[in-house]
Design a binder for this molecule. Structure first.
Ligand code: CTP
Length: 408
């Protein structure tokens, strides 16, 4: 099951223009094909200075196209740019050079790629890549701003190593980021949380017994990370408070925490500034009253560990929250899923409760998949059958956006 289910069966025109980052387009294509998309590579003459057409012929879903006027083969079209533009579900340009961006902005269609861009009514995603001086040139800034105003989705260039060893802004966004953006565009969720501040918690807290041991739980953080990635793909500014180290989703700021008390401090300090809080973390309900200074030794016999209750972070937030905020909780249950989750929803004062039966196979802690029941304070109930955690994240944030829309 691909993480990007929305891409399955979709026709993607992948334009590649002539920059050193063209080699990364191969990785973008590979990921799109792996997700089940039908990828039609369209190369500019310039791209062939950096990559070979054969690579795209071999790895794309059909041979790469370059020629504005003639095509070879039985399915050849006399006007390939209109055919490509009309049949595409999305047109992507990665990397997009200064030349392609400028031609697209003015409507100058001098080759198959720019002609397809001008001829299509499908959504367009462009991922620019160029040297810092060019990236910062007012002409490029203006061209990108105009394209964005017209609805073109721009995947911003990143900071990093550029051609010739220079370091600066202008490096092509990571292939994973580009593919996540294309997926969000195809799914129709791109930009649906634009500008919102979202705080997500992920992983299980660890409560120290002594300098080497802790009481923890089986949470892997996968669901929280997937929520953070989905919120970022929807255009939110995302901060993730995490107890675990995983690959950081593009555009997400991660802050490390360990204990329930540390998590509580960060959540309470940050919540006033957020539009949405998603408490996906598995927070310890109990912690040792005291932490041994030195390692607990066997010779001292079985330790008498006394526990105390931690504060319920979600309930504190629920009690002090502003009505315009969206508070999302998770409920890990092993029985009576719906009634236990409904009880937690009202007790903790949250807007959306995502309940999972963590005793079911392939569900919850540690797995790549989950099956959830999403309850809202409005009384809506949605069952999401077993799916990967990215799809669950999409369903959860769809509910958040739906509840926000009802409030307007
Ligand atoms: N939670 C929290 N602070 C705690 C415990 C839980 O903020 N000290 C949050 C979790 O992040 C989750 C929600 O509360 O979003 C529900 O957590 P869960 O463990 O399912 O419920 P508990 O409140 O611990 O209730 P119970 O022990 O009865 O299952």
């Amino acid at each position: 099951m691909s993480q990007f289910e929305s891409l399955a069966g979709k026709r993607v025109v992948l334009g590649v223009s002539g920059g050193i980052a063209a080699y990364k387009a191969i990785e973008v294509m590979r990921r799109l094909v792996d997700a089940g998309a039908h990828v039609v590579p369209v190369l500019t003459e310039g791209s062939l200075n950096f990559v070979g057409k054969t690579t795209f012929d071999a790895l794309g879903s059909e041979p790469a196209q370059m020629d504005l006027f003639s095509q070879a083969g039985p399915t050849a079209s006399p006007i390939p740019h209109t055919k490509l533009g009309q049949t595409a579900d999305v047109v992507v340009v990665a990397p997009a050079t200064a030349r392609v961006i400028s031609d697209y902005r003015t409507g100058r269609s001098a080759d198959l790629l720019t002609a397809t861009l001008v001829a299509t009514a499908a959504p367009v995603v462009i991922a620019p890549a160029m040297h810092t001086e060019m990236w910062e040139h007012p002409a490029i800034e203006e061209n990108l701003a105009v394209l964005a105003e017209r609805g073109v989705v721009v995947v911003p260039a990143e900071q990093g190593r550029l051609a010739g060893g220079d370091i600066g802004k202008g490096r092509l966004a990571a292939p994973a980021t580009i593919v996540a953006t294309i997926d969000a565009v195809v799914a129709g969720v791109h930009g649906t949380m634009a500008g919102q501040n979202v705080l997500v918690t992920a992983g299980g807290t660890r409560e120290a017994l002594d300098p080497v041991r802790y009481i923890g739980n089986r949470s892997s953080g996968k669901q929280g990370y997937a929520i953070a990635a989905e919120a970022a793909a929807r255009g939110a500014n995302v901060t993730l408070l995490s107890t675990v180290e995983r690959d950081v989703p593009a555009g997400v700021e991660v802050i490390s925490v360990t204990t329930a008390a540390e998590l509580e401090k960060e959540v309470l300090a940050r919540t006033p500034g957020v539009d949405v809080l998603v408490m996906a973390a598995a927070v310890a309900d109990f912690r040792p009253i005291s932490v041994a200074q030195g390692k607990l030794k066997k010779v001292a016999g079985v330790p008498d560990v006394k526990l105390e209750q931690t504060n319920d972070i979600l309930a504190s937030v629920g009690a002090s929250r502003r009505p315009d905020q969206m508070i999302v909780g998770f409920a890990a249950e092993t029985s009576d899923l719906a009634s236990n989750a409904a009880g937690k929803l009202s007790r903790k004062g949250v807007d959306v409760m995502v309940a999972n039966d963590v005793s079911a196979p392939q569900v919850g802690f540690g797995h790549d998949t989950n099956e959830v029941l999403i309850l809202t304070a409005n009384g809506d109930e949605q069952h999401v059958p077993l799916a990967n955690k990215a799809q669950i994240a999409r369903a959860v944030l769809a509910q958040v956006v739906a509840v926000q829309a009802k409030r307007l």
